[in-house]
Ligand binder design. Structure first.
Ligand SMILES: [Zn+2]
Length: 364
């Protein structure tokens, strides 16, 4: 079921953009949108858009400075808005740009006069998606339920089977405690700036994350998909034996993890992987990533859609680095917060701007 690893640099679209404008015909400027964040959901009919014009070095492709000039934008390939000169701070501004309902793809261009002529630059395609069906829906408390028997043994087994140094019973107990703390921290950080917060007891209106042992090696967790979070009293199930099975089988062979890693490193690997799945399953029950163009452009059962990502100027899929990437397409090295399968380079799984903007609208 697992998709083979495919090299997919996170910055590939940026690299392509640089390659296109690096052809030294007109010099090397590019316009950059600074406000609002691009590739987000908005609920207003208009949006004020600001940005700058960067001058880049032709040979190194490195940004040099922001420069004065003019910019113009268009929405969905329509007529360009009039050229607007940069003002204070070399920023250009288009107040109250009208957005259609649904996906708006904006782009534009910049120009600047120099002693030897005019330098033109692109403002690359970006998405602002307007929706009118999303409303603030209070907060969502989440309770982590560790009451099932046998959970600690699964976590200890991960430690002892993936570390060459023998651990005393006390060290194993500390490993379990630190993993549980790490899971809480991962969850809290993933949902930062969203009113989805951990509480210490279950109840009406509280989402319960039920940790279970499980028996298989395929299902990390499950939860109901619930667009707009219409039911706050739902249950996520997380199966720890799956993490044990998968990590015993391929943590060392398919990720940068080594048998000689420190205990602290393994705590972070394990708590990141389990924490990501907890955040993922709770995300489903909040409505991420509802399938279909009328919802959140998800596919494959409420997951971030690689096909949509490929077809749009969007950042919606990256082999598991996004929290809502589909399970079969999420590589183990991404689950443990590493950028690649070979050498350690931290890349903590995250809700991309689009998913985060949805969460912030319904749970501000
Ligand atoms: Zn899922």
């Amino acid at each position: 079921m697992r998709a083979p690893f495919s090299a997919r640099p996170a910055s590939r679209k940026w690299v392509m953009g640089l390659a296109l404008v690096a052809i030294p015909l007109f010099g090397f400027d590019r316009g950059c949108v600074t406000e609002p964040q691009t590739d987000i959901l908005v609920t207003t009919a208009t949006k004020t858009i600001r940005g700058n014009i960067g001058r880049y070095d032709d040979s190194t492709l490195v940004w040099q400075e922001n420069v004065a000039g003019s910019a113009r934008l268009r929405v969905n390939g329509g007529a360009f808005l009039p050229w607007t000169a940069t003002g204070s701070g070399n920023l250009w501004e288009f107040p109250n740009v009208a957005l259609s309902l649904g996906v708006n793809v904006l782009d534009g261009e910049t120009k600047r006069s120099t002693g030897s002529g005019t330098v033109n630059g692109p403002i690359d395609d970006f998405i602002l998606e307007r929706k009118n069906d999303l409303f603030a829906n209070g907060s969502q408390p989440v309770f982590l339920d560790w009451s099932t028997a046998g959970l600690d043994a699964e976590i200890k087994a991960i430690a002892t089977s993936t570390l060459s140094t023998p651990l005393t019973p006390a060290q194993q107990a500390a490993f379990v405690a630190d993993v549980k703390t790490g899971i809480r921290n991962f969850f809290t950080n993933a949902y930062a700036n969203v009113a989805v917060t951990l509480v210490e007891a279950p109840g009406t209106g509280v989402h319960t994350v039920k940790f279970l042992v499980g028996t298989g090696c395929n299902l990390f967790g499950e939860s109901p998909g619930d667009y707009k979070n219409t039911n706050k009293t739902q249950t996520t199930k997380i199966y720890l034996h799956t993490f044990r099975c998968v990590m015993e089988d391929r943590l060392i062979s398919t990720t940068p993890a080594e048998l000689t890693d420190s205990v602290a490193t393994r705590v972070e690997d394990v708590s990141t992987a389990i924490g990501r799945t907890v955040a993922h399953e709770v995300g489903h029950s909040l409505g991420l990533t509802a399938d279909g163009e009328a919802y959140l452009h998800g596919c494959e059962g409420f997951h971030n859609c690689e096909a949509y990502d490929d077809a749009h100027p969007a950042d919606r899929f990256d082999v598991g680095h996004h929290i809502m990437d589909a399970g079969p397409k999420s590589e183990l090295f991404a689950r443990i917060g590493q950028s690649n399968p070979n050498t350690r380079s931290k890349k903590t799984p995250y809700f991309e701007k689009y998913g985060k903007s949805y969460l912030q609208i319904i749970h501000p």
